[in-house]
Design a binder for this molecule. Sequence first.
Ligand code: HEM
Length: 765
Amino acid sequence: MEESHPVKETVDKVIDTVAGAVSGGGPSGTVPGRPGSESPSLDEPTEPREPPAPKPDQSGPQAFTATGQAADVPPAARAQGGEYLTTAQGLRLVDTDHSLKAGPRGPVLLQDHHLREKIMHFDHERIPERVVHARGAAAHGVFRAYGTASTVTKAAFLAKDVETPIFLRFSSVLGSRGSADTVRDTRGFATKFYTGEGVFDLVGNNIPVFFIQDAIKFPDVIHAGKPHPDREIPQAQSAHDTFWDFVSLHTEATHHTLWNMSDRGIPRSYRTMEGFGVHTFRLVDAAGATTLVKFHWKPKAGVHSLLWEEAQLINGMDPDFHRRDLADAIEAGAYPQWELGIQVFPDTPEQTFEGIDLLDPTKIVPEELAPVQPVGLLTLNANPVNYFAETEQVAFHPGHLVPGIDVTDDPLLAGRLFSYLDTQITRLGGPNFAQIPINRTHAPVNDMLRDGFHQTAVHSGVAPYKPNSLDGGCPFFAGQQEGGYRETPVQVPAAGKVREAPASFADHFSQPRQFWLSLTPVEREHVIAAYTFELGKVYEQAIKERTLRVLAEIDPYLCEQVAQGLGLPAPKSAGPLPSVEPSPALSQLGRTWPTTGRIIGIVADDSSDLQAVRAVRQQVLDGGMVPLVISAAGGLLGADSSDPVTVQRTFATARSVEFDALLLAGAPAPGKDAYGARDAKAGNGTPAGALTDPRVLLMLSEAFRHAKPLGGWANAEQALTAAGIDTAAPGVLVADSGEAALQEVVRLLGQHRVWERFPTAADIV
Ligand code: HEM
């Protein structure tokens, strides 16, 4: 496998950017998340000047015209300019604090053009949110092809060493635009490749299968998953009656639902998710030979998830957790990377592989049967400059294809090919959304489409029709040599028109059973807990009982355990369960991953050995991770020293769920605010003689419960013991030095959690 943008470069960049910031000293300059590119003055600035530049980690869409021609202006030329406040017409203004009135106490005058313009624009700032996937976050990046796909496709962007700018939007599906990030849900993984042959969109999810086999059921599954129409609750989750009512009756949803109930439904980070194109696509090579493929994105950082308790705590503590994590990582220079890979199948008339129907989007092809072959590396390297302009207005569409990539007759894909264009008419207000800067292609456009709302191209000529002679016959048809897109002339079997699915689509349970059997015991425990939680929130017993019948078709143990939690009898399966081979590649556990970009909390106070804290913080940075120092109050530790340590979190603002691992530089004394009336996390206050802040004890016990690595030195043992933690437990290390503690913590972090701390039920099968 070829490495082009080595992780080393990334790590070096992390060290440069974060280390520079950390040594900067000021509390705002130490961690990612600084709001602007300049530190503000204490008093309001009064000297006219040009607007500040975007932050160094930010980049807008590249400058192309509405007709796909490279514009010779810096991207920043799209931003506001000039030193003075103006109207939208560029008229300079002297005041924006007062309406024009007939005297200071008099009525406001209708002639106030500035008031009218300002309020008119504000009144129309909102646009409809996406009908699904409303909540999301995105970043710019680059895709570099290995050239390995050139044997099966002529797509120019997949040729060796070709670099293509991309924009990638992650999302959750069910919640509204303002919903919390760490809900249990599928995540969108939509990538826009700005290729020289036009835009290619790979609009996938972090789950390789879908709830339905035919797009005509999409409104049904989404209506069932969205909040109940009467009370409009619950928000952004599937733990409610309508969802389970639908999926228990419509059993083709079983496979996707099982993935949602697994750890895949609560990813740790967008950076640690796999992505899947879901459908089978058809690749075409230069000679016209075709191959069927499934697309996969494999994160370099590994596939990690939250625990359900963590996810719930985070939803309250930091509802923007995933969005912040993505932006912070990029700002810190820990650029997230994914390898794009393909599973390759012969394009046969049956369109099946090893008996698996490739047109059924509720089925996977196990990687053990068809390995994922890497074809390129994607690196996210810049945050958007403006959320609305870029992340909100980006419009993906599975029908944005390039020569060498074609669709198949998957009936779910067919409906998507209609839906994604259609929905933009309402969401983006007309048919010209392709001209919005983030959607502009980097290939010349001569489309004969004209006029419409928000037309920003200024078309010339008089003959936007074909054939014509008045515009010299322009535009002309491209042959294949000129990159003309030609649909593959696939033979369609002779048949009558029917509203029916193929017989193979009726198998709803063999792959759910395979998924269940492929998980490790602790992953199965999580699945049992998730079903029990979700069904525990369902009101109607009939729906719970019906779902148990579905679970009985997956596995008797799963069904029994969930039934036990619900206090209901466990039904038996209708017949013998399908005999399937597990696919170990479906489990997230058992491998070791890089720790780049992980968050290490360092708990310290003025009594800590600050020399050691500095050294550990530097080593964390050297390892490409982000150190956050946590103490009783903000500001600086060792403020009088020549090299003070900046505090990024306080015991009042921090919660264990923010960190992947914790290091204790001793046992920090109770802060002055460590009493329940001020901070309920401190409980009933600090008992007389207590040596450690009770919020640190809470943080430690939570982190321990969540199987996070814990390390410490100096008198850390005292704090750990006070938190009720056995210092001999797996993944707890009290060392002689900060360096030794860190080393062990990082080693453990490679497996994400200390899984030994979760003994599973003895009888789990
Ligand atoms: C394999 C199945 C599917 C996958 C992987 C998928 C994936 C996605 C993703 C990732 C997005 C968010 C795009 C963004 O970030 O802006 C999205 C949005 C959307 N999807 Fe799907 N989807 C699937 C099925 C469907 C179906 C069957 C329909 C309709 C028939 C549909 C209609 C929509 C619509 C209308 C949006 C909102 C688009 C917008 O407003 O920009 N999806 N989908």
